[in-house]
Design a protein around this ligand. Sequence first.
Ligand SMILES: *Cc1c(COP(=O)(O)O)cnc(C)c1O
Length: 374
Amino acid sequence: MRLADVSVVPFLDLRGTVLEIETDLEVSWNDVIANATFFGGPVLRRFEMEWAHYCGTRNAVGVANGTDAIELTLRALGIGAGDEVIVPTNTFVATAEAVMHSGATPRFVDVDPSTLLLTADAVDDAVNARTSAVIVVHLYGSVAPMYEINAVARRRGLIVLEDAAQAHGAREGHRRAGSFATAGCFSFYPGKNLGAFGDAGAVVTDDDALAGRIRVLADHGRTSHTNHDFVGRNSRLDALQAAVLLAKLPHLDEWNRARRQARVLYQEWLIDDRVVWPAARSDTESVVHLNVVLVPDRDRVRDELSRRGVQTGVHYPVPCHWQKPYAAFASMPLPVAEHVAQHLVSLPMFPHITEEQVQRVCVELGRVLQVVGS
Ligand SMILES: *Cc1c(COP(=O)(O)O)cnc(C)c1O
């Protein structure tokens, strides 16, 4: 029988990050309120500048969320009806959704069986006469092979975008996710590594003209005070969310380091041949947005863990090309993604997770695997 007072290990607990920024946040939050500049204004501009600087790009444009960041970038690049955009099927559905909203068609491809990331070969194989772009997803916080993908894209005449919504601060060498391609798209949804207190997003790019076009599209196509030369959108990053992001940004590297450290403990303490860890690419530094492993009998493992007070997630149980709106665009089976979708489980991961919590998850998972395996 379970003891009633055994505490649950949550999948995600953001209270620690909120506590750390309380004092700093008060200043910028009150500043926004005192000046009553809820849209635009100095706090938003400062966040955009600091985010661009952090990512190592010339520009950052704040938008309402990560999905808009991708859609508006595609539209600002003139990608739409008649175009195909290569998307890994193992991603959050928003990557594909943004392509649909742009008017283009997603072309789903499989991922590498060891890293679970997009590969240059998969991109090369999927190109046809209509292919105009590829969206590379730095899934789970790990940087995809950008140099190889960029090389294929150059040869095949494709535009490359990065969906870095799970990879704030992730690096290959000295470069950060979002800075390898034409543009990098970020979400600051509360659960992301850099999260607001609501929805928010941004696009980073070295291309000043592209940044300007995204800014116009995100602001009702406004080109001057009175002129709206394009059919744009309302996609703003508001100043209060920017204040939260500004207060959190100085902590991001430390929080990412804490995630990596927790991941190391998981790998030390979870010694079981049946647990398979996605491979890390050499010379990269993941930010471990999600702590994903592959296990046998995944759904039963999750049920058993839940009974023992360990919360888990699955990212993602259904690959995009198996989701109803996208079935028509899946031209071939994508066996790696289909296989891993049945075996993935995301274990608790957040910057302030304690050693005790990690240990408890490892112990419980070890026990569960023995039950499941017998
Ligand atoms: C969160 C996420 C998005 C979408 O971001 P929103 O801010 O929720 O619109 C896009 N792609 C990936 C990979 C994500 O994880």
